[in-house]
Design a protein around this ligand. Sequence first.
Ligand code: ZN
Length: 816
Amino acid sequence: MRSLPCFLLAACLVLQSSRGGAQTAPTFETRTAGLTKMDGLFPLYWEAKTGKLLLEIPSFDKDFLYLDQLPYGIGSNDLFLDRGQLGTEHVVHFMRSGNKVLLVEPNLAFRSSSSDASERAAVKESFAESVLFGFKVEAEQTEGQGSHVLVDATDFFLLDAHRVAERLAQAKQGKYTLDVSRSAILPENTKNFPRNTEVEAILTFTNDAPEEKSYVADVTPDAHALTVREHHSLIELPGPGYTPRVYNPNSGYFPTLYRDYSATLGAPLDQLFITRHRLQKKDPAAAISDPVEPITYYVDRGAPEPIRSALVEGARWWNQAFEAAGYRNAFRVEVLPEGADPMDIRYNMIQWVHRYTRGWSYGDSVIDPRTGEIIKGQVTLGSLRARQDFMIAQSLLDPYLDGAPLPADNALQAMVLARVRQLAAHEVGHTLGLAHNFAASSLGQGTSVMDYPHPLITLDSNGKLDLSHAYAVGIGAWDKVAITYGYAEFPADKEASDLADVLQQAQKNGLYFITDDDARPLGSPHPHAHLWDNGPDPAAELERVLTVRTAALRNFGLNAIPVGTPMSQLADVLVPLYLMHRYQTEAAAKEIGGLDYRYALRGDGQEVTAIVSPADQRKALAAVLRTLAPETLTLPEPLLRLLPPVPPGYPRTRESFAAFTGLAFDPVAAAASAADLTLGLLFNPQRASRLVEYHARDSVNPGLDEVLSSVLKATWQAPRAGGLAAETQSAVESATLESLLGLAASNQASPEAREIARFQVAALKTQLTAASTLPRERQAHRAAALARIGEFERDPAKFVPAPPVDAPPGMPIGEE
Ligand SMILES: [Zn+2]
C-alpha cells in the first residue's frame, strides 16, 4: 500500500475499500448463517446481535402494496395520531440497478387504456414516479431463472413512515426529530405470512426544548421523548376476479378516480369508480346466495363489556343490507380471536381507542389504488364518546333522585349502548365504501346509519323526558339501497341499466343522498341535509326541541349528579342541555335563503333546484329568532346558586363554558356563546348574498332587508327584559351589532348584501341616537353601541368584529 502514488488520499481510500469489499462480499448463505429466518412473502432474517433486519427480494418489477400503520398511538385528539391508525397505501415494486435496489411507486393517477405500447409509454413518461427508498445489495444467489437479493432493510423499517414528526411540526408542537439510538425493530411483533410481511418498530422522537404546555406534554411521561410504534406491511396485491363498479354521485359511495389519457375525445378524462370490498355469490343465478367468501369484521378485545357486545351487535346490522342485496351470511362480525394481531392486513378491525380528550371516531380503509377494491377496513372508536353520551343522558333524565345510586340496567347506560351500536354501524359503513348521507334524518329516524343522529328526546304524558327511542335500531332503508348499488351482482351486459334502476327505485321511494360538502358549511343552502338533526321540517323540530329544552332546564339540578360529586361538575353536565338546540338551529337556519337540490344527472328525473318556499323560510326565521330570546338563554336563579367555582383537583376543561367572571360561573357568557352560534348562521355572508338574489328573482321570497329587520326587531327593538334577563338581552344585542357590522364589512358578502347591511346599520344608529331618557345601564349599553358604529363608519375596510364567545363542543358530541 505504501508504494501507491497516492496523491489524493480520499480517492485512495475509496479504491482500497472497494477492493476490500469485493474480496469479502459474503454469499447468501454466509450472510444469513446464524440469523433467525422468518419465511413469507418477503423472507426476513433477524440478526439479534446487531439489531438488523435483512429482507430477501425474490423478484423484481412485480407490484405489491406497501402500507404503514400506527399500532401504538399518542392519545391526543388534537394530534390525530391514534392507536391502530392506517397510513397511506402505495403500490410499489423493487427495481435493481447494480448494487442498488430502489423501492419505486409508479404513478397510477395518470393512465392509458390504449392497447398501443407507445401510447401507454407516452403517458407513463409524462408524469413523475416516486422512489420511496434505496437499499444496498448485501448478498445474492441465483435460483432458477432469476436471482434472489438480500438487502439490509433496518433503516427502511426504522423510517418514520407514518410521518409523526411532520404531523407534530404541523400541529406546532416544536421540532421533534427521530432518534435512531432510542429506536429499534421489534422482532416479537414482526411476522411473515405467504401473502403479507409485517414488520414493527419502536420509534422515539426527541425535542431538546419542548413547550411546557403542549398537546405532547398532556399525553407523555416526558415531553422530551415521545415514543410510538410504527408498523410496515408489504402485501401481495389482490388477484384477478374483481370488477370495478362505476361511480354515480347519487349512489352514496366514496369515489376513487384516475385519468385515462386514452379516452376518446368527448368521453370523460376522469374515470370514477366506487370503493368496495370484493364479494361474489356462490350461485350467481340464485336470487339469494351465500357468498364465495364472506366479509368478516373483528372487534377489539380491548373494548370492555357491555360496550364490546354492543359493538358486535351494531356492526352486524349490515347483514340486513347484504340480505337486501341478494346475499345470505355475507357479512359477519366476531370478537378478534385471542393472540391475533389487529395490524395484520387480513383482519377488518373495529378498534376501541383511548385519548386524552374526546374526539373523532372514524372508519378508514386500505384500498387497492388500481381498482378501488377495499382490502382492509379499519374502524377507530374514541372511548370518551360513550362517557359524553352518558353525561348527556345525565343532564336530561335527572337520574340520581334523592341521591340514590343508579340501578344496574339504568336508562342512561341503555342510551349509551344504543348510541354505540349505531356508531359501530356508522363507522363500519365508511369502511364498506359509504359516505355520509346527511339528508337521511330528514326522511325519518333510522333512514340511514350514515347520517349523524341527534338523540330524539321526547316528553311523556307526565311531562318527563323520555330517551327510550333516542336512537334508531337496525340498518336503514337508504343503507339497503347503497349496499345493493355497490354489492349486488348484475349480469355484465345489464349492469349499467340495473344500477340506474336501483337509484330510480330509491327515488320513487323518496330516498336520496346528500353528503358533507353540501351539509357542513355554515352558509350551506340545503334545507334537508344537516348534521345532528331530526325530522322533515327543521323549523317545527327546532320549536319542539326548544320546548323539550325548557322542560329539561326546569327539572335540572342536584339530581343530575351522584352523591359525593363536586357540585361544580353540575356546570359541565349543564353544557349539553343548555346547547341542546344548537344543531337543530343550524338546520332551520339553512332554510333561510335555502335552495333545495339533488345531484341530478340529465335524464334521471330528479329535482334540479327549487328555492325554499317563502312560508318555510319565514317559519324558520321565526323559530331561529326564539334561540336569541332572553327567556330562552337566561338560567334560573335557583340553579345558579348550585354552581360554585371548581375545587382543587377538578380543573375547568374544554367542556366547560367560558367565563368573564373569573372562577365564578358566568351565565351571561354562556348566553352570549349560545347566541353567537345563532348569529353566525343568520349573518353568514353567503346566506345574506343568496337572500338578496332570491328576492330579486321573485319578490315573494324574503330578502336580506326583511331578515335583518326581523333580527333587529327581536333584539334591539324588543320589549325590555328585567333582572338577569336584561343583561342577557344586552349581551345578545351587542353580539347582534357585531355580526351586523361584520356583514357590512365582509368581503365575502356580495356588494349588494353589504349595502343592505350598511343601510340597516344606519337605521339602527338613528334609533339609538333618538333614544329617550334611559336607566344608567342602558345609557352605557347604547353609548358603547354608537361608539362601535362610529369605529365601523370611520373605515369599514379596517373594521374587525369582536370574536364570538367560544362555546364548548356541547351536544351532541363531535365528528365521526
Ligand atoms: Zn362518519
